[in-house]
Design a protein around this ligand. Structure first.
Ligand code: GUN
Length: 297
């Protein structure tokens, strides 16, 4: 039976360190880090995420500025808000919650964010730096959370085969890029597979580390995983209960019951990667604050 990776307690440990550092920096500079979070429209999942991000900021002493815009907000108005926040000294990080309504071009909006405030790590300047291994950049939060867990549960990553299932810009592509870099927290052999693979199991059975961000429950079954692999499940899928909507439940992309019998360690859903993602947003905001205040460590 696999070790169940307790993302919640790891996140709490990291948040305590962030809180401590925020306090120390407040004594030193008289200022607190600030994060602006922009939500456009009424997507219920996004509303939950934005609320959780605001609450997490509060817990560690980061000031959160929430901007809720109407679904019909124009792209120009959204971009002008971003420009105002780019110029605001009390704002160290800017996050635009995705997805955006379909009349708004996501790339144009991400491009408008000052790369030095892009705590999501989605701006092409940060993506480009990540790919070439220039660590003076922001890495996206979910891949950072996965990397943290992988480093805690796999020793000596050098030459380990990491198989990434999923090729999104938010998880699959950046995580694969981060884990292939030549540094102590990575140095893996990386394979990316996705929906075009005729037999995903052919790839996943070769993984020492299997990361799954496919967006579909049961993408990975027990017979698709090598004995002793470390499995990171990024999926969040809501399964509705047809008779009682209050009894809907969250599941990942991995069949937990089957895979936990084969793997050495596995993240649960919820309580695995999720708490780490928001923690990394806090860490990136702190990093931005230190950069803007010229604090080197
Ligand atoms: N929507 C889903 N994941 C994310 C994320 O990491 N950042 C933002 N801004 N939106 C998201």
């Amino acid at each position: 039976m696999a070790i169940i990776i307790d993302g919640k307690s790891i996140a709490e440990e990291l948040r305590a360190e962030i809180r401590k550092e925020v306090n120390e920096l407040k004594s030193k500079t008289g200022k607190l880090p600030g994060l602006a979070v922009i939500l456009v429209g009424e997507n219920p999942a996004s509303q939950v995420y934005v609320r959780m991000k605001g609450k997490a900021c509060e817990e560690v002493g980061i000031v959160s500025f929430q901007h809720t815009l109407h679904h019909d907000t124009s792209q120009d108005d959204l971009v002008s808000l971003i420009r105002t926040l780019n110029a605001a000294p009390e704002v160290n990080g800017i996050l635009v919650q995705l997805p955006l309504p379909s009349h708004i071009n996501e790339n144009a909006v991400i491009n408008a964010i000052d790369p030095l405030k892009d705590v999501d790590g989605f701006h092409p300047v940060n993506v480009g730096k990540m790919v070439i291994g220039d660590e003076d950049c922001f890495y996206p939060c979910t891949p950072l959370g996965c990397q943290e867990l992988i480093n805690r549960y796999v020793n000596d990553l050098k030459g380990k085969h990491l198989v990434m299932v999923g090729r999104s810009n938010i998880v699959g592509k950046p995580l694969a890029n981060m884990m292939v870099q030549k540094n102590k927290r990575a140095n893996c052999i990386v394979t990316i597979c996705h929906t075009a693979a005729a037999d995903i199991g052919y790839f996943t059975r070769q993984a020492d580390i299997l990361v799954v961000a496919a967006g579909k429950p049961n993408t990975i079954r027990g017979n698709m995983v090598k004995e002793g692999a470390v499995v990171i499940d990024v999926g969040v899928n809501r399964i509705e209960n047809p008779t009682d909507s209050a009894k809907s439940k969250l599941v990942g992309d991995v069949n937990f019951d089957e895979v936990s019998k084969v793997a050495a360690a596995i993240t649960p859903v919820p309580g695995g990667v999720g708490p780490l993602t928001i923690t990394m947003l806090l860490a990136n905001t702190l990093k931005a604050f230190k950069y803007h205040n010229k604090i080197v460590q």
